[in-house]
Design a protein around this ligand. Structure first.
Ligand code: BG6
Length: 485
């Protein structure tokens, strides 16, 4: 093993989920752990402890989780043996994170470690609760003596609601945990195709010479969803699309496209390079915000959340990375709910050849484009111009080289959380955000929020099932470009 090769063995863990009966735990975390259980990745001594305010005993929790697994795991992946193994790891503790009473149960459960003893068991605290509770929970854990160097804490996004509040949260967590023990999750980094972007860029040579402003015309990053805010209205109406998606998922993807090669793919080198990109983003302030951002809201949003609101459910914006490689290349970002399709893609659009040399080919060629599809059907497509077969002259035709994960690899593509949960247990931080990255992302996003607020920018309406407001098309059309739909 080289000095940089992580140890892939998964140690025994006490995996405690605060928010253990919540939507994230039941829809993503426990199904993710189940899938890893099926693959025999979990250590036999690992326990999973759900903490919530619900009055459930261990059996009640086991029933609730079993029901959720039946709901979220496809039938052909439900295996009695794996279900039984996972469910027998489960415990539940009733606890109100804001109330100092009632923590004794957690204390005695965690002190009573099976297997080789407390020193060997890694404690993971997964905080699937609002970030205002991160500080109080960490403090309680510390008071109870439940924080040792073996412990890790996982923080769900968004951390805070602006730069100042994220600093407050990070400071509170940082008083209890070392930065190396903190895993700030952005599940987009766990998606196979997002990781494959790193591999495509850095385990191959062919892209590197053309991956810059000389050859790349622009980049588009789209995360479109068909769902509304289904059951998450309280959270979402406070957050909105800029905080919920752009500050984290979309900016992280932008970083992976724009970053320089790290010295090796490991925690700090990757995060150092992403941080440089975030810090090189041209600030959007004042009139630039009005010109380069679009705020939208679908027409039925108010009905869905039970009252009028000015929260945005759609954002489109134009960013620039001010450095040697990318100066002058626009990065167009957009995301929204209740759109026509559920689709997440990165499009790297290259420049046109300098001269149309094939007779009658003017206006027929389309620029080369690399599409990284995160969902659905994870994969990658390189769009080219090819010769249409036939003897009648040279006719040009668009064609593509297509890498579909489903076809190329005869394996189920794991959900992002599966990968990330194992990485926490193994102690591999590469795909998690460091504090300085989160803060740099807030520092870029915050002036946009401020300007919207100051100028009273109301979201423009769009109809559910469309591609969002017309203003998003205008944003990019003004510069002679179009969104790839
Ligand atoms: C979450 C957001 O982080 O990502 C949600 O809070 C959003 O609002 C979700 O729906 C999208 O994730 P995915 O993996 O379904 O694209």
């Amino acid at each position: 093993m080289s000095a940089h090769t992580p140890d892939l063995a998964v140690p025994a863990c006490d995996f405690t989920v605060f928010g253990g009966t919540g939507d994230l735990a039941l829809r993503k975390l426990l199904p993710g752990l189940y899938q890893r259980e099926r693959q025999h990745n979990l250590h036999p001594d690992t326990r999973i402890i759900g903490v919530s305010r619900h009055d459930l005993d261990h059996d009640g929790y086991r029933d609730l989780v079993t029901q959720a697994l039946f709901e979220h795991i496809p039938d052909d992946q439900l295996e009695a043996g794996a279900l039984h193994r996972l469910v027998s790891r489960l415990h539940h503790l009733r606890l109100d994170a804001t109330d100092p009473e009632g923590w004794d149960g957690l204390h005695s459960l965690l002190k009573d470690t099976p297997g080789d003893g407390a020193e060997e068991t890694i404690r993971v605290y997964y905080l699937a609760v609002g970030s205002d509770l991160f500080g109080p929970v960490c403090e309680r854990l510390d008071d109870l003596g439940l924080v040792t160097p073996q412990c890790r804490v996982v923080l769900e996004k968004p951390i805070g609601s602006d730069l100042a509040s994220s600093r407050v949260v990070n400071d509170a967590v940082g008083r209890v945990f070392e930065e190396s023990q903190v895993y700030r999750i952005d599940h987009y980094l766990g998606k196979e195709s997002v990781q494959n972007l790193l591999v495509t860029r850095f385990a191959n040579i062919f892209l590197e010479p053309i991956w810059n402003s000389r050859w790349v015309d622009h980049v588009q990053i789209t995360v479109a969803e068909t769902l509304g805010v289904a059951g998450r209205g309280d959270y979402y109406d406070q957050a909105g699309a800029l905080r919920d998606m752009v500050q984290n998922h979309l900016l992280q993807m932008l970083c992976l496209v724009a970053m320089e090669p790290p010295t090796y793919v490991g925690g700090d080198p990757v995060r150092d390079e992403k941080l440089k990109v975030l810090r090189a983003l041209t600030p959007l302030t004042g009139a630039d915000v009005d010109r380069f951002t679009v705020r939208g809201q679908y027409t039925t949003y108010g009905e869905e959340i039970g009252g009028p609101s000015t929260t945005e459910t759609f954002v489109a914006l134009r960013a620039e990375v001010q450095n040697w490689r990318w100066a002058g290349v626009p990065f167009y970002l957009r995301t929204g709910k209740r759109l026509a399709t559920k689709e997440s893609t990165i499009e790297v659009v290259f420049k046109e050849p300098p001269h149309a040399m094939f007779p009658h080919s003017e206006g027929v060629t389309t620029p080369n484009r690399l599409t990284i599809r995160m969902q659905p059907d994870e994969g990658m497509q390189l769009h080219l111009t090819a010769k249409h077969p036939g003897p009648g002259g040279i006719r040009l035709h668009p064609a593509s080289l297509d890498l579909s994960y489903d076809h190329a690899f005869d394996e189920r593509s794991p959900d992002a959380y599966e990968r990330l949960l194992l990485d926490v247990m193994r102690g591999i931080p590469t795909l998690f955000m460091r504090r300085d990255e989160v803060e740099a992302a807030w520092a870029w996003v915050e002036p946009i929020l401020d300007q919207w607020d100051r100028a009273g920018v109301e979201p423009v309406r769009y109809h559910p099932g469309t591609n969002g407001p017309a203003a998003a098309a205008t944003l990019i059309a003004r510069e002679g470009r179009t969104w790839q739909e």
